[in-house]
Design a protein around this ligand. Sequence first.
Ligand SMILES: Cc1cc2nc3c(=O)[nH]c(=O)nc-3n(C[C@H](O)[C@H](O)[C@H](O)COP(=O)(O)OP(=O)(O)OC[C@H]3O[C@@H](n4cnc5c(N)ncnc54)[C@H](O)[C@@H]3O)c2cc1C
Length: 234
Amino acid sequence: MTINEKIINEFPEIKIRLAEPLSLYTNTKTGGPADIVAFPTTGKQAQALVVFAKENDLPLTVIGNASNLIVQDGGIRGLVMILTELNEIWCDGSKVHATAGASLIETTEVAYQHGLTGLEFAAGIPGSIGGAVFMNAGAYGGEIKDVLAQVTVVTPQGELKTYTNEELRFGYRMSRLQAEDDIVLEAVFELATGDKQQIRQRMDELNFLRASKQPLEYPSCGSVFKRPVGHFTG
Ligand SMILES: Cc1cc2nc3c(=O)[nH]c(=O)nc-3n(C[C@H](O)[C@H](O)[C@H](O)COP(=O)(O)OP(=O)(O)OC[C@H]3O[C@@H](n4cnc5c(N)ncnc54)[C@H](O)[C@@H]3O)c2cc1C
């Protein structure tokens, strides 16, 4: 049995595409075919795919909303997991929980609807929760590390682990996830109660500023250059 047949047989409940052009998914609209693309809808499915990749020596690549990626024309060998269908957001008191593929922009909307402040800076960042934690995404003076309480990850060995904010070793657009191959499954943000009208106003203000500076209608992967201290090179 080929590896393609094996994965389709083993995971009939997961959407799987073969030789799928990644240009269909990237914000840059570029990128050649991935051998196998899988779209898990639960953490358990994502974990099972990680174990499958390990047991079958398949290289594994994880993609969120593909808003910070340039995929080469040659594509990606092995298994690519696209997590945008692992996509739930819920509140529990002052905490907002979101699974890895949930949109960061939608998460800020849910926080606003519950009158929770702290995530306004992210109102226009087009990534997924997993990508945002991986990159410590940030804008307008805020970053994920300011509001993240903890994440649940699956390790390349298929084990589930929880990391606190401190354990993620966040830096400027950096986290420990860039050095290790753990995959974020869920994040918990600790926010504060705020004034809904002020939260909306700040989100609208930042989105207006963004739209006035960034040509959002064109394919891109956002800012490319690192910001040197005291300067802006977006
Ligand atoms: C128009 C535009 C504006 C932008 N503005 C900003 C901005 O203001 N601030 C900012 O910080 N960024 C910005 N970005 C960049 C991008 O949106 C962020 O870096 C975002 O966090 C990337 O998330 P993603 O889900 O798209 O990640 P992807 O592009 O899918 O992946 C990026 C990296 O994260 C890894 N990854 C993705 N999901 C997971 C997961 N679940 N677990 C482990 N690793 C994972 C991938 O393997 C890859 O290495 C912008 C991009 C665009 C196109």
